[in-house]
Design a protein around this ligand. Structure first.
Ligand code: MN
Length: 403
């Protein structure tokens, strides 16, 4: 359990200290859990005298990973993702770089001794209950130096934002981090009938932690191509500021405008109707927002009068050939996000309609695409640009029972 994970962290840290390189590259997710993870690692490693180069990624795209692994002799840390693709990182690495994975999603064991998969899922902890990415990074930081205990509140913010509660409250390692922050006077936990409320004590007063989570998600997601993740990490380490507030307000304005323009297009007949699916394509119109926003947009419209509640909703967005901090990368790919209306959700839950996780990955595979985030009610995959209509056709065939 936790002891075994800490022992594995100690072993990885010993190798880290023996490694000649003194710069660490940290790759972390751009949501609130990923930003808090990146913040904790940056401060903990800097305290050890390392120079940290931080990169925020929306996903560990294979094209990006190939680029990262062109390097040799480096120290590479992945946070809040990559647990499941440890075998792929092992194949890319071939013993050339010291790689640490600090994720909490369902994981697979590494096959390269220089790739340390420190995902708690491999040690009997549940990433969707006990321990977030941020709390995993917090334990890594504590293993480096117990002085990093002063970042317990940052771990708790990531855990609350990821939203894994049992009976309305954090449990296991996540809860311990929150309790530590309470002891340090940095957080307050208020009990109420349906669980607990978490508040961060800041210089400007108390902030409900879920609100701060939304704030960070907005910086990382809407602001992805405009240095939002950098500001998010700064907020984790130094608190909110007039500067971060202004950025959040500006990003909200951008999101509202882009969403409203798109809704107007859909109203003017841009929403395409198939027997089981209704779909649209925003091309590059969501830039400079991150590609997570196509899913957020589907969520925003799925229960409005624009949408036929009996049909699945699909939106396409071109993935920009750009990752902040990297040279140009050619993806030539489009992301599809799918959602179900409230009515269709009930049908799926009752077993009268097919879950998105059944037909979207199957159709995506037929076109040689990449699936990594498919659940019954929300799903997203990527396929090559130009294959959008064929993807819809393949899904329609499955839904009609023709394949
Ligand atoms: Mn997470």
């Amino acid at each position: 359990m936790l002891n075994n994970l800490i022992a594995a962290m100690e072993k990885a840290i010993q190798e880290l200290r023996e490694w000649p390189e003194k710069t660490v590259q940290v790759f972390h997710h751009n949501d609130a859990d990923g930003l808090t993870s990146g913040a904790i690692l940056t401060r903990a490693l800097e305290r050890q005298g390392y120079k940290v180069r931080r990169f925020s990624l929306e996903k560990p795209y294979p094209a990006v990973l190939r680029k990262i692994y062109e390097q040799e002799g480096k120290i590479l840390i992945f946070a809040d993702f990559a647990g499941r693709i440890a075998p792929m990182l092992s194949d890319l690495n071939k013993g050339r770089n010291l790689t640490l994975i600090l994720d909490h999603h369902v994981a697979e064991a590494s096959t390269d001794p220089k790739v340390h998969n420190l995902d708690p899922d491999l040690y009997g902890l549940k990433g969707d209950r006990d321990i977030s990415g941020s709390t995993t990074c917090y334990h890594f930081a504590l293993t480096l130096d117990t002085a990093n205990r002063d970042m317990a509140h940052i771990a708790a913010v990531g855990a609350v934002a990821d939203g894994f509660f049992v009976d309305g409250q954090l449990v296991s390692q996540n809860r311990e981090a929150a309790m530590e922050a309470v002891q340090q006077g940095l957080m307050e936990i208020r009990k109420h009938e349906t669980g607990e409320q978490y508040l961060l004590n800041s210089a400007t007063g108390q902030i409900p932690v879920p609100e701060l989570g939304d704030y960070l998600d907005l910086l990382g997601g809407v602001g992805y191509y405009q240095k939002g993740p950098d500001m998010g990490v700064k907020v984790c380490l130094e608190g909110v500021s007039p500067e971060s507030n202004q950025m959040v307000e500006e990003l909200k304005v951008i999101r509202t405008k882009i969403f409203n323009d798109e809704i107007a297009r859909l109203r003017s007949g841009e929403l395409k109707q198939e027997p089981h699916i209704q779909w649209f394509h925003v091309e590059k119109r969501f830039f400079p927002m991150g590609v997570k926003m196509i899913g957020a947009f589907c969520d925003a419209i799925k229960d409005t009068d624009l949408i036929d509640p009996a049909k699945y909703l699909a939106g396409f967005q071109i993935i920009p050939d750009e990752i902040p901090g990297f040279d140009a990368i050619t993806f030539n790919e489009v992301k599809i996000s799918m959602r179900a209306s409230h009515y269709l959700e009930e049908e799926i839950r009752a077993g009268r309609a097919m879950g998105l996780n059944i037909f979207l990955p199957e159709a995506t595979n037929k076109l040689g695409g990449f699936s990594d985030a498919c659940h019954t009610l929300t799903a997203a995959t990527t396929v090559g640009i130009g294959k959008e209509e064929r993807l819809i056709e393949e899904m329609e065939k499955i839904l009609k029972g023709e394949s």
